[in-house]
Design a protein around this ligand. Sequence first.
Ligand code: UDP
Ligand code: MG
Length: 134
Amino acid sequence: MIQQTLSIIKPDAVERNLVENIKEIFSNNKLKILKTKKIQVTKEEASDFYKVHQTKPFYDKLCSYLSSGPIVVMVLEGENAIEENRKLMGATDPKNADEGTIRKKYGISIDKNSVHGSDSPDNAKKEINFFFKN
Ligand code: UDP
Ligand code: MG
């Protein structure tokens, strides 16, 4: 099934000029970049975006981090895009990510793990709408 998913290149990766490298990984793996924009979110916006995690001990740090510098938000489209993107990203903690995944290649730590990707069709819809309302 052709799906759309939301991808974010997080501040640690934008700061290290990895945007084109990461975009190339998506394009080389049949994920078409339909929309892309570079923005910086406020801490309030980050807190709203990550509100599913509001009860977690890492929530405050996570929201501060996402709002700490420019990010690149993208809509990716392709066959099973949600799962394919999650596979390309690798495990949340780069230490546990498989060889060849984005987080293995570029992630620094569990918080500075370079990319976000939607984890379900429902969340993909919500997250795309969060950044690309029109
Ligand atoms: N995170 C963290 N500490 C943790 C777990 C998660 O800092 O112990 C951060 C991490 O950057 C992760 C984000 O919170 O990407 C969202 O967590 P989630 O479990 O949804 O991981 P993801 O879907 O990004 O792999
Ligand atoms: Mg998640």
